[in-house]
Design a protein around this ligand. Structure first.
Ligand code: MN
Length: 458
């Protein structure tokens, strides 16, 4: 996509219909969005947009569209409800709403719809897994409402990073969004180390991506490693000369390759970061702060951060530290225990379903077999939640976790869906084994290229 005129006509037409609905509304507009970084950034973009138009809104961030929650929303008395970063998998339920419903979503959908007004780039030849996310779609809508909303592209970038759409470089609409934002002086691109701490010791101790087996989270091993590199224990990355930096990075990459991390991920220690001039921070840090707020049950703080509240940043910094501590504790445990192996997938159980996606993603990249999609199961009081992650490499080989989750969950009386590379499901308690068996079979067929079920291309 070279410029905004390349946005598919059908998509623009739908966005314009939504624009008319929103701009003609005098009453409070209902806004529902997802609680992850992408969903919160998308909500932030829409809140700014509505505020600038002088429109009233009531926003709720939620983990999922459970039946009970949809029932409550259905009974509410708002003229317009906008679902953001979610809703594609709930068309039947949302059809029953009496008010006007707009869905801005990039997750895979089985069918398109005008009522409710489903705005999903998948149906217009755009890849919702890598080229456009919930926040970049919300941003596209913000610009259709008013071209002056370009500054909100910074929030969209944080959302893109939250959904990990930037890992192999920005593509599609996301790339266009960044180029325009750079031209307008909103953001800048810098080649950087992936670590968020400048102190080498702290980076290795606290940063979990990359996770270096036998070292991350262990102070004694880190100090030994730094000593062996003939460096001062309190050295900062910025103090290293070129040769020292080269040696340190090679040592880290070699360790990652030795633990069988995929080469492109190991080399990702050096990465591109996007500096947001107005906020004075990197989009990746903003994304991490917002993600931590959501995962630590403080999504309101994440949204306040998007809306520019100063106190929110202070609170988010604390939440991020707590989140990282919790995640590190869980990853060290997973490093020790490993995952259960099946023929085509691997899985593990964990207690905190809010962190399960992060465990599955980091576990697959750094701890387990990087050739097998990884499933995290959290058994709760009535239901079991499933989060799973693959890699872009496996998706290029035919993996589609959205379909595998949806079909396997359906088989056991649950519900699932998402993206080919990252997906989830909720299944009845006690059906874990049956679910995993279905998934293992489906993933096996997908990776052998034998999966020719109709609808595979959606
Ligand atoms: Mn998303």
């Amino acid at each position: 996509m070279k410029n905004v005129n390349d946005i598919p006509k059908g998509l623009v037409k739908k966005l314009k219909i939504a624009r008319e609905i929103v701009l003609n509304e005098k009453d409070t507009i209902r806004l529902i969005s997802h609680y992850d970084a992408d969903g919160i950034c998308a909500a932030g973009i829409l809140c700014h947009t509505l505020l600038r138009q002088g429109l009233k809104f009531h926003v709720t961030l939620t983990r999922s569209l459970k039946d009970e929650f949809v029932d409550i929303l259905k009974k509410e008395d708002y003229p317009v409800t906008i679902f953001c970063d979610m809703g594609s998998g709930h068309l039947d339920a949302l059809k029953e709403f009496k008010n006007k419903v707009i869905i801005l979503d990039h997750h895979t959908a089985q069918s398109n719809s005008d009522e409710p007004l489903l705005i999903n780039p998948h149906f217009y030849g755009m890849d919702g897994t890598y080229d456009i996310c919930g926040s970049s779609l919300a941003f596209m809508f913000a610009c259709v409402i008013n071209e002056k909303n370009w500054d909100l592209s910074a929030l969209a970038l944080a959302g893109i990073i939250g959904d990990k759409q930037h890992l192999d470089g920005l593509s599609g609409y996301n790339a266009h969004l960044f180029e325009m934002a750079k031209d307008k002086g909103i953001v800048d691109e810098r080649k950087m180390l992936k670590f968020s701490s400048n102190l080498v010791k702290n980076a290795l101790l606290e940063d979990l991506d990359p996770f270096i087996k036998g070292m991350t989270g262990r102070e004694d091993r880190i100090l030994e490693f730094i000593r062996n590199m003939k460096l001062d224990s309190d050295i900062k990355f910025e103090d290293l000369d070129e040769e020292q930096m080269r040696l340190l990075l090679s040592a880290i990459i070699i360790r990652l390759l030795a633990q069988k991390v995929r080469p492109e991920i190991a080399e990702g220690v050096i990465t591109k970061k996007y500096w947001i001039w107005k906020m004075n921070l990197y989009a990746s840090d903003l994304s991490n702060f917002i993600n931590s707020c959501g995962r630590m049950d403080n999504m309101g703080t994440g949204l306040a951060l998007c809306l520019g509240e100063e106190m929110a940043l202070k609170k988010a910094i604390k939440l991020r530290a707590t989140y990282k501590d919790e995640l590190r504790f869980g990853l060290l445990k997973l490093e020790e225990e490993g995952a259960h192996d099946m023929q085509n997938i691997q899985f593990f159980y964990n207690d905190n379903s809010s962190l399960a996606g992060a465990y599955a993603g980091l576990g697959m990249m750094y701890l387990f077999n990087s050739e097998k999609p990884t499933f995290a199961l959290s058994v709760e009081e009535e239901k079991t939640k499933v989060s799973c992650r693959g890699t872009k490499y496996l998706v290029s080989k035919g993996l589609d976790l959205a379909r595998a989750c949806r079909d396997s969950a359906n088989e056991v009386g649950g519900r699932g869906g998402g993206h080919p590379v990252a997906s989830g499901a909720t299944i009845p308690k006690g059906k874990e084994e049956a679910f995993l068996k279905h998934v293992d079979e489906i993933v096996g067929k997908q990776l052998q290229g034998a999966d020719d079920t109709p609808g595979n291309s959606v």
